[in-house]
Design a protein around this ligand. Structure first.
Ligand code: ZN
Length: 347
């Protein structure tokens, strides 16, 4: 008996809890951070389920291969026995038609010669051999039939489990889409202009940001960026969401939004700034602006130890935004603030 369902355990994984899905859809999340967390969790669940399905498919493929090989092997053995069986049967038939020389009487009286005895022994062996071949051939046939039936059952089971996993993935995908949509809606409510193409592509999707690690500085695709309330400014989606939350808190404190002069900078923009203001901008390809994780601020923040600066310094951390150590001294850039994804992911 071959074990053909190594992935049975994966197929039995707990389905998405309906309760959880409902609570996400019904409850209006209290803030962007929570929405982002929900979105990230949904994306993670989806990723896990998709990986499980891929693995299950690989396992199914491997077991199918194993099964086919075994069936083919049995068929070949069956064929080999069938080839031997016919001549053997013919021989035995011939034997019955042309009895061995000498009769029973002479055999009983001990008058038979050695060659007659030998011929009789050979004939007995031949008959036994034929019986053995017939038996083996029958056993192989039965084994093949059994295996074929088992294969059919396993295939049906595989199809079912794949369909179940597919349905689960669809549910997870729908949940993920829904959360990103409500996130986008919340952003629009806060005055973020999410463009139509962006919305069609899933809106402002912070869940993509986690996989951005290796993207080159200054060449971040639109998909990973998200606009700020400040016109024309954009950041990597997770940094943007955190900044928008920070901006709301700042607005409560100062009665005005944060003033932003610069945010994500493409490579071309970095080069342009570098050559226009050498010494004031980072070497192109090295700035956190090119990763969509830095902003340059105005409206008071740019003045070291102003009320705005101090407030941001005290409260930015709660949103994952910090004034990096180097910017206090070299080069002294009180206007430059950065999002720390590690800090942000803990929120
Ligand atoms: Zn800067």
């Amino acid at each position: 008996m071959i074990s053909l369902s190594p992935g049975a355990a994966a197929a039995e994984r707990a389905p998405v809890e309906a309760r959880e899905v409902r609570s996400v859809l019904v409850r209006e999340p209290v803030n962007l951070v929570e929405l982002r967390r929900e979105a990230e969790k949904a994306a993670k669940d989806l990723e896990v389920a998709t990986k499980a399905l891929e693995q299950r498919r690989a396992e199914i493929q491997a077991s199918e291969k194993e099964l086919t090989a075994k069936l083919r092997e049995l068929q070949a053995a069956e064929r080999a026995f069938a080839q031997v069986r016919q001549p053997l049967s013919d021989l035995v038939g011939l034997l019955y038609q042309q009895p061995i020389g000498g009769d029973l009487a002479s055999l009983m009286s001990g008058g038979s010669d050695v060659s007659t005895l030998r011929a009789m022994t050979d004939a007995t062996q031949l008959v036994e051999e034929r019986e053995r071949v017939l038996e083996e051939s029958g056993r192989l046939h039965a084994e093949r039939e059994r295996l074929a039936a088992e294969a059919q059952e396993i295939r049906a089971g595989n199809l079912l489990s794949e369909a179940q996993m597919g349905a689960e993935i669809q549910t997870l995908q729908a949940r993920s889409d829904k959360i990103v949509k409500s996130l986008t809606k919340a952003l629009v409510k806060l005055g973020v202009k999410v463009d139509k193409s962006g919305q069609a592509a899933g809106g402002c999707n912070p869940t993509k940001a986690a996989s951005i690690g290796d993207l080159p500085n200054g060449l971040i695709p639109k998909l990973y960026l998200c606009p700020l309330q400040q016109r024309g400014q954009e950041l990597r989606a997770d940094a943007a969401l955190a900044f928008i939350s920070l901006n709301e808190a700042y607005r409560k404190r100062f009665g005005k939004p944060i003033c932003v002069t610069d945010s994500y900078r493409s490579l071309a923009e970095q080069q342009s700034v570098y050559y226009r203001r050498p010494g004031l901008a980072a070497i192109p390809g090295r700035s956190n602006h090119g990763l969509g994780l830095a902003v340059d601020l105005c409206g008071g923040v740019q003045n070291f130890r102003s009320a705005e600066f101090n407030w941001l310094e005290a409260n930015g951390k709660e949103y994952g935004w910090i004034h990096p150590q180097w910017a206090y001294v070299s080069p002294f850039e009180p206007w430059h603030w950065e999002y720390d994804p590690k800090l942000g992911s803990l929120l």
